[in-house]
Design a protein around this ligand. Structure first.
Ligand code: NAD
Length: 477
């Protein structure tokens, strides 16, 4: 059994470890225990990152490439092992766990390349003889606060660009998934980074998170998690005039219109709503379906949903693993109840028993809903999707945009005209045509609008906006 230690200033720090890492597919399988760190330990990690920042800021593109390439290569070489660890601690199926581990490796590889491609602009001045250079500098110490649902990919998509652009880092992973963060940092610790450039502190978000957010030595906070936590962090960063980036919840619409390819639409909705146990911020939770295809779509999706094999995440053939913990399972079941009380017709959505004791439930489809119901306003974050029947595309688009969130939006259609119109008018940061709302590439920007995201985009070349500060220099030679 592992003790997940903090990593501060290049040293694994002994801290009493008491937070158990429990396998949601089998609660008798405890992977290890993580430190419940104090505010003082978080301060030490911030100091270490602060001291190391100038050295890494002065590193060459070759040094940055070497570190990121080493980490990417090792993750890719160990993707089966890391995927298994991920599935054990978070509950994604093994193929999903391996896929996420591979994605983390690819992210490091992408930013290894970006480290070599950093460039600025040289412009002519409007004044005679003056030269202008526009360059990017590192921000300094960046604090990273991450959720449990992508335990390796999200830390990777924050740490890799931070290092690529010359920043030092303090990571605060989610309490439920210490194993992946620990392994990632263990790999980073052998990558050739100077001591203190990457630091890892385990502990309760509400206790050590604010220390990270409020420290004057931390110049930027990148957060992924829930809306209430994100709002609090944004307010604290606002007080300090600190750079902040928030990726939060979703209530992502998937529009299915009469001319859609029915099989494709059912597959896209099945994947978008229920894969990864619906625990994706980009999950399709509102299926908005026009009248002509509605009944056929609901019948086919119901059959496909009922055929999904739910069980232990590591069992071959399982398509949907458990919910991450008891609290989240209860939240999912209570939303199913709320939907039924609000006159939705619920199919599935029951707690399931399996050979091992875990947090299993059958996927739930709630039909006959309207967009004003709570089930269509609030994020459930589980395998629960609802169907909203609409007259036509225009109504579908209006319903799709009638939400406080704006992360991802999808449409299934064979009409180029509707696809183009939807891409232009969906109020979301990511739009999918004939593809699930969840499942994105690693080399392009990720993020949303409205209540889903705040600040500049993550991933791809757009990550430079957050992890650098732009400097404009004027020279009269
Ligand atoms: P959460 O907000 O409870 O926790 C996220 C992180 O914040 C954890 O590390 C937690 O310890 C920390 N935290 C908690 N209180 C804090 C505080 N006061 N100050 C600083 N840090 C604090 O979210 P969660 O339950 O771990 O994750 C689920 C949520 O994450 C869902 O709402 C989901 O939509 C969202 N999510 C969003 C994206 C995205 O990119 N948009 C991706 C994945 C998950």
């Amino acid at each position: 059994m592992m003790d997940y230690k903090n990593y501060i200033g290049g040293t694994w720090v002994e801290t009493p470890a008491s937070q158990p890492n429990v396998n949601p597919s089998d609660v008798s399988d405890v992977l290890g225990h993580a430190a419940k760190s104090s505010a003082e330990l978080m301060e030490q990690a911030i100091d270490a990152a602060h001291q190391a920042a100038p050295q890494w800021a002065a590193s060459t593109p070759q040094q940055r490439f070497d570190v990121l390439d080493f980490v990417g290569s090792e993750i890719l070489a160990r993707k089966e092992e890391l995927g298994r660890l991920l599935s054990r601690e978070e509950g994604k199926t093994l193929p999903e766990g391996i896929g996420e581990a591979a994605r983390a490796g690819q992210i490091f590889k992408f930013f290894a390349g970006e480290a070599l491609r950093q460039a600025g602009d040289r412009l002519a001045s409007v004044r005679p003889g003056v030269e202008i250079d526009v360059t990017r500098s590192p921000v300094g110490v960046v604090g990273m606060i991450t959720p449990w649902n992508f335990p390796i990919a999200i830390p990777a998509w924050k740490v890799a660009p931070a290092l690529c652009y010359g920043n030092s880092v303090v990571m605060k992973p989610a309490e439920l998934v210490p194993g992946c963060a620990h392994t990632l940092v263990e790999i980073l610790s052998r990558s050739g980074l100077p001591d203190g450039v990457v630091n890892l502190v385990f502990g309760r978000g509400s206790e050590i998170g604010p220390v990270l957010v409020e420290s004057d030595k931390v110049k930027a906070i990148s957060f992924t998690g829930s809306v209430p936590t994100g709002r609090g962090i944004a307010a604290a960063c606002g007080q300090k005039l600190k750079k902040v980036q928030l990726e939060m919840g979703g209530k992502n619409p998937m529009v299915v219109v009469d001319d859609a390819d029915l099989n494709l639409a059912v597959d896209a909705c099945l994947n978008g709503a229920f894969f990864s146990t619906g625990q994706r911020c980009t999950a399709s939770s509102r299926l908005i379906v026009t009248e002509g295809i509605h009944d056929r779509f609901v019948n086919e999706l119901t059959d496909a949903m009922k055929a999904l094999k739910v069980g232990h995440a590591l069992e071959t053939g399982v398509q949907m693993g458990p919910v991450v913990d008891e609290r989240q399972l209860q939240q999912n079941l209570s939303y199913v109840e709320v939907a039924a009380k609000e006159s939705g017709r619920v199919i599935g959505g029951e707690r399931l028993n399996r050979e091992t004791e875990g947090f299993f439930m059958s996927p739930a489809l709630v039909t006959d809903t309207d967009n004003a119901m709570r089930i269509n306003r609030e994020e459930v974050f589980g395998p629960v999707a609802s169907v909203i029947r609409v007259k036509d595309y225009d109504e579908a688009l209006a319903v799709s945009n009638d939400t406080a969130f704006g992360l991802s939006a999808g449409i299934c259609t064979t009409s180029l005209k509707l696809a183009s119109h939807f891409k232009a008018n969906a109020e979301a940061g990511m739009v999918m045509v004939n593809l699930p709302t969840a499942g994105v590439d690693y080399h392009v920007p990720f993020g949303g609008t409205k209540g889903s995201s705040f600040g500049s985009r993550e991933q791809g070349r757009y990550a430079a906006e957050f992890y650098t500060t732009v400097k404009t220099a004027y020279t009269l030679p």
